[in-house]
Design a protein around this ligand. Structure first.
Ligand SMILES: [Zn+2]
Length: 114
């Protein structure tokens, strides 16, 4: 797998897989991140709260429904309705993800040095 990235801070090239994806909790917030093996800077991948985790679950459920609908040949109107709901959930997810970005960085900064 070619998932080699270069650290913005120190220039160390490393694989996210090798560095390992970790998660830390702060109250209701879960921050997923990886750490540069060179300078130990933490890079945020995703921060979620209960609301966002529920949206992600609903998105998964509707995606599965659409897949089933396509193989079982659901009525086009039904599929269209699912599709519209999925797009709405995707927009919600993106909005909430952006809102939680700063919070995630704050939580990672509060972890201090390794
Ligand atoms: Zn680094």
């Amino acid at each position: 797998m070619t998932d080699l990235v270069k650290c913005d801070r120190c220039g160390t090239p490393f694989s996210i897989q090798t560095a390992g994806i970790r998660a830390t909790w702060s109250g209701d917030y879960m921050v997923q991140y990886f750490t540069c093996p060179g300078c130990h800077h933490r890079y945020q991948i995703l921060t979620t709260d209960t609301e966002l985790r529920q949206t992600i679950q609903r998105h998964k459920a509707i995606a599965a429904k659409i897949k089933l609908g396509q193989t079982k040949h659901f009525r086009p109107g039904t599929l269209k309705k699912y599709q519209a709901e999925m797009e709405k959930l995707e927009a919600e997810q993106k909005k909430r993800r952006d809102e939680l970005l700063d919070k995630g960085n704050e939580i990672l900064a509060a972890l201090g040095k390794e």
